[in-house]
Write a protein that binds this ligand. Structure first.
Ligand code: GDP
Length: 330
């Protein structure tokens, strides 16, 4: 079994590749819930939604979020009623939020609600929220503290960022199954997600960091691999660079390596970062360079296949060895 720690967009792209090259039943996802919000009174979990949609084949690959072919009539109607419309929820997407909200109102936990929805949508992989407690990513800016979605979607991440914190994290517990999924996995993959606001909240839940240390201590190596969301000193998309700098990390593969240094065995980065990769290898980290920008379904599958061939080749559907594009020696 492979355990993947993931946010929404970059994570979903990678998971889209993974499900093509290995049996979905062998994938457990631990997903960020720091972006969760109440929207029009409904509980929305943007990263769980994206992962659920990609695994059920419903994701709009064009937008990278929401349901493919969705319409936005309700959003329009809410606008006419004077309600906020900055967070875009499609009409079919609303069904997810309605059902989740009802399940939560009936007393189910977020992991139970997620499991019910996954099962109804025929998702074969296991999707686990990082925690059933509310952990909120808060972005400190000159205009005050914003929720992640206010900062990212409503204000287009234009505000300077002083710091990021995860409200509620210290009192949270990992959701049932999370620690076991990490410690018993054949390998753990940190998806090419934002290290601060997608992977950061997961690592902030007490017990998860320790589970990664336990996983690393097991004999098979490399056990824990991360794919860099930073390519050539810039994020492929979004505010990861600004947020990394706000948290004292350089926007580079070295910054990504530093964010995960306690438990990382292998960093997968882009061929464009070959020189920086050489420097990281001198510090003893194993680094593999390949093409990591995923534009097409083939790109996604190729990256997933290559990562898997390095850490858990037995799980590949097609066991013909992938041809490494660049030398992967430390
Ligand atoms: P969010 O919750 O929507 O922010 O989702 P993620 O954190 O999973 O995804 C955002 C991150 O994905 C950004 O930091 C991007 O740089 C990264 N990303 C997006 N597409 C790609 C890609 O094709 N390749 C790589 N390596 N990173 C990507």
């Amino acid at each position: 079994m492979i355990c993947v720690l993931s946010g929404g967009t970059g994570g979903a792209k990678f998971v889209d590749g993974l499900r093509q090259v290995m049996p979905a039943e062998e994938i457990t996802l631990v997903v960020n819930t720091g972006d969760d919000l109440l929207w029009w009174g409904l509980y929305v979990s943007p990263d769980i939604d994206s992962i659920t949609y990609v695994l059920s084949g419903m994701l709009s690959r064009e937008r990278g979020w929401g349901v493919k072919g969705d319409t936005f009539l309700c959003l329009q109607a809410m606008g006419q009623l004077g309600e906020p419309t900055w967070f875009h929820t499609g009409d079919r997407d609303l069904a997810m939020h309605l059902l989740r909200s009802r399940l939560l109102a009936e007393g189910k936990t977020l992991s139970e609600a997620t499991a019910v929805i996954s099962q109804k949508l025929g998702v074969k992989a296991r999707i686990l929220p990082m925690s059933d407690s509310r952990v909120e990513t808060r972005v400190d800016t000159p205009i005050g503290e914003l929720s992640f979605e206010e900062y990212f979607v409503q204000r287009w991440y234009q505000d300077p960022v002083n710091a990021v914190r995860f409200a509620g994290a210290s009192d949270a517990e990992p959701a049932p199954g999370v620690v076991d999924a990490i410690t018993s996995a054949d390998a753990v993959i940190i998806a090419p997600s934002n290290p601060i606001t997608s992977i950061g909240p997961i690592l902030a839940v007490p017990g998860i960091h320790n589970a990664l240390l336990q996983a690393k201590a097991r004999i098979a190596k490399p056990k824990i691999a991360a794919i860099s969301p930073i390519v050539g000193n810039a994020p492929v998309a979004g505010p990861a660079g600004i947020l990394m700098q706000a948290q004292g990390l350089p926007c580079s593969i070295a910054g990504v390596a530093h964010a995960y240094e306690d438990f990382l065995d292998l960093l997968v980065c882009d061929t464009r970062d070959a020189r920086a990769a050489d420097m990281l290898r001198q510090s003893g980290l194993r680094v593999h360079c390949t093409r990591t920008v995923m534009r097409t379904a083939d790109d996604k599958a190729a990256l997933a296949r290559e990562v898997l061939s390095l850490i858990s080749p037995d799980l590949l559907k097609d066991k013909t060895p992938a041809v490494p594009q660049v030398d992967s020696q430390p």
